[in-house]
Design a protein around this ligand. Structure first.
Ligand code: SAM
Length: 345
């Protein structure tokens, strides 16, 4: 055998499968130097990959989708759980041969499929059969997404999934799919941040409005090869049956994002961002008049998730009266804001 380092046995049904080359052997054997543009930071320590996978809970019999398997450390830890089916999605074709070794080594009760694809463009709804779907009224789905995500796409990916969760599209068409994912530690902290916290951001409000979020643990960046500049948070995301807001994702997202442009300022300043200059004062006044329980001088980072729902509701009432307002974007230059408002009213 050409491998030089330790062989790692894959444990299946409590038994060891034929020994496989260690993750570091795989990296040496296939000359898998990390590509910075793909945010490749590999975890070689199987104790850590097992700890990450354990956060997903009991995986026995479940259908798992792994994002960015790379050399396969997390993949192996997933396969040790007597799962029914694993689909892995990897953009870098250099990893395909070593992933195929894993697919060939699993027992006949487990199916493993390898997709060579960019997760940002990949539709996940067809990877598992329709008969594994569960209703959204059921708390637990039989499907999990797991991944040590590439940091450079973790935020756009999370926002895309939150949007899909809202629409019950893509993999979320199959039920309340649970996710166990890694993020830069600061992003993990923002996702769980409560009102008043220094980390409170638009991400906290949007994520918590759609899902139960739990920051399970943090590990040091030096556990990865090569070492990223940041530490890593492992987060569980479990979709709520219904979002806590009562309008479209786009409206809620717009309201939360516009307000959080000034997170340290009073919320009146954030709400003003929703309206163009000539009507800013009048419409901001209308919003707070409708919501006497929200004081205009409350700092934005102290607003509760429900407050954002209330503000978005009041905003929606105005937008229904003046539909063109919904296209207003606070980043427009002031000169254009006057012109824009003239055309609208
Ligand atoms: N799971 C491995 C581990 O924990 O050691 C690798 C994790 S590494 C942080 C991220 C992985 O995602 C790499 O294998 C990288 O090639 C892959 N990747 C990066 N961008 C991707 C994309 N857009 N779609 C799918 N995979 C991607």
């Amino acid at each position: 055998m050409p491998f030089t380092k330790n062989f790692i046995p894959l444990i299946k049904n409590g038994q060891n499968l034929p020994p496989l080359p260690s993750i570091s052997d795989i990296i040496h054997l296939y000359k898998l130097s990390a590509i910075r543009q793909l945010a490749q930071n590999f975890i070689l320590d199987m104790n850590l990959t097992r700890k990450i996978v354990k956060q997903a809970g009991n995986l026995k019999g479940s259908h798992v989708c792994e994002i960015g398997p790379g050399p396969g450390g997390i993949t192996r830890a997933i396969l040790e759980n007597n799962i029914n089916e694993l689909a892995v999605i990897e953009k870098d074709k250099r990893f395909l041969p070593s992933l195929q070794i894993l697919a060939d080594s699993v027992t006949s009760e487990t199916k493993m499929s390898i997709y060579h694809a960019d997760i940002l463009k990949f539709q996940m709804d067809s990877i598992f059969p329709q008969n594994v779907a569960t209703s959204w009224s059921e708390t637990d789905s039989n499907i999990n997404i797991i991944g040590n995500l590439p940091f450079n796409i973790s935020l756009p990916l999370l926002l895309r999934w939150l949007r899909e969760m809202d629409a019950r599209n893509d993999l979320f068409a199959l039920g309340r799919v649970k996710m166990t994912l890694t993020f830069q530690k600061e992003i993990a902290e923002r996702m769980i941040a409560l009102p008043g916290s220094n980390q409170r951001s638009r991400l906290s409000v949007i994520t918590q409005s759609l899902a139960h979020v739990d920051h399970k643990f943090t590990f040091l960046g030096k556990a990865c090869v090569p070492q990223p500049q940041v530490d890593v948070g492992v987060v569980n995301i479990h979709p709520k049956e219904k979002p806590t807001y009562e309008m479209s994702f786009d409206i809620f997202h717009k309201v939360v994002t516009s307000i959080f442009n000034f997170r340290q300022k009073f919320c009146k300043r954030g709400v003003e961002n929703l309206f163009p200059l000539p009507v800013k004062d009048e419409m901001t006044h209308e919003i707070f008049h409708k919501l006497p329980h929200i004081h205009p001088s409350t700092p934005i980072f102290k607003l509760e998730n429900e407050h954002f729902n209330d503000i978005a509701h009041a905003y929606l009432e105005i937008v229904q009266r003046i539909p063109g307002l919904v296209d207003y974007d606070y980043r427009q230059p002031k000169s254009q804001q006057h012109l824009w408002a003239q055309n609208m009213f």
